[in-house]
Write a protein that binds this ligand. Structure first.
Ligand SMILES: Cc1ncc(COP(=O)(O)OP(=O)(O)O)c(N)n1
Ligand SMILES: Cc1nc(C(=O)O)sc1CCOP(=O)(O)O
Ligand SMILES: [Mg+2]
Length: 313
């Protein structure tokens, strides 16, 4: 096939999926603007792969995600014996996500983790757990290891008797020592935690949640078979500087279709009014920081968000 024919296949993909994944220009605070990305160097020469690489870059997927999608589109084409521009890849087999040993998976957690409060201190953790938030995370940022250990122990104490599941962000050793329900790690943590340490966490029965921000990171997260996968940032967030653009609802829905074998948590810029649309994608949990921590009455906000979770279920 020549370049013009491959471009015609790329155009067919864009024609089918442009309205879903293309630039979304809204004028509200939660708009997600996806700009076309430069075409990454091709690693293969098959037409389906090349067309998908071109199309996915044009649809705003960053290089690693366009590459992951192009490889999946090529596998889909081989598996079904035809190139189908209408079918956005969503079969785990086409992403190499199917051949894992269940005996090596992290401990299970419920698919519906529900409202998930990501909170800066043990005091906040206790407060929101007592307000009925079913899943809470201590996201305590400090280099002072003694202070970290104290805060984690206090958070473990704070959720006792509330029924809330407590995840600890970043500080996995102290979380294990304190007997937390689970640990949440980012992609950079997966770079630095040694395989034997991941194995220690897994065999302890402590749950593991992993952050992801697109197709390539989801494939990477799957390699460790975590207890849940977080998908972010769905909308713009001012809480921290993100390395990747907000994903938006269309991508979130596609990620959910692909990763539905995992409990899934949506995070990033999710305010109360956005709960129904986020829940409609099929995620079992919605994680928030500012919607609780910046609320004038955080207990009332928790009640509202819990109602929204129920209503949208
Ligand atoms: C539920 C949930 N999802 C994602 C994150 C982000 O975690 P991480 O990538 O480790 O970044 P920091 O929170 O450490 O800045 C999270 N904490 N919780
Ligand atoms: C801590 C965090 N992690 C994200 C990710 O996408 O990995 S987004 C995020 C911030 C979420 O805060 P808010 O609900 O206030 O926008
Ligand atoms: Mg972290």
């Amino acid at each position: 096939m020549d370049t013009a024919e491959i471009s015609a296949l790329a155009q067919a993909i864009i024609h089918q999926h442009g309205a879903t994944f293309g630039a979304q220009l809204h004028h509200d605070a939660n708009s997600v603007e996806l700009t076309p990305q430069p075409l990454p160097p091709a690693l293969r020469s098959e037409p389906a792969y090349l067309a998908a690489l071109e199309a996915c870059s044009a649809l705003g997927f960053i290089a690693v995600d366009a590459e992951t999608l192009a490889q999946a589109w090529q596998r889909q084409t081989e598996r079904t014996n035809r190139f189908d521009a209408t079918h956005w890849p969503d079969d785990p087999r086409d992403f190499g996500l199917s051949n894992s040993d269940p005996a090596l998976a992290f401990a299970h957690c419920p698919r519906e983790l529900g409202l998930y409060g990501v909170l800066p201190t043990a005091e906040w953790v206790g407060r929101m757990a007592r307000a009925g938030v079913p899943t809470v995370q201590l996201r305590f940022k400090s280099e002072d290891q003694a202070a970290v250990a104290r805060e984690i122990k206090a958070a473990v104490e704070a959720v006792k008797g509330t029924g809330a599941r407590l995840f600890i962000n970043d500080h996995w050793r102290a979380a294990l020592d304190a007997g937390a329900y689970g640990i949440h790690v980012g992609q950079e943590d997966l770079d630095t935690i040694a395989a034997k340490d991941l194995e220690t966490i897994r065999t302890s029965g402590t749950r593991l949640g992993v952050s992801t921000h697109g197709y390539a990171e989801m494939v990477r997260a799957h390699a460790v078979q975590p207890s849940y996968i977080a998908l972010g940032a769905v909308f713009p967030t001012t809480l921290k500087k993100m390395a990747t653009a907000p994903q938006g609802l269309a991508r979130l829905a596609a990620y959910v279709r692909l990763m539905k074998q995992y409990p899934l948590v949506a995070i990033g810029g999710i305010s109360e009014d956005l709960f129904p649309a986020v829940r409609a994608t099929g995620v079992g949990s919605v994680a928030v920081v500012r919607a609780l921590v910046n609320a004038r009455d955080p207990e009332a906000a928790a009640r509202q968000l819990l109602q929204r979770m129920q209503a949208a279920a």
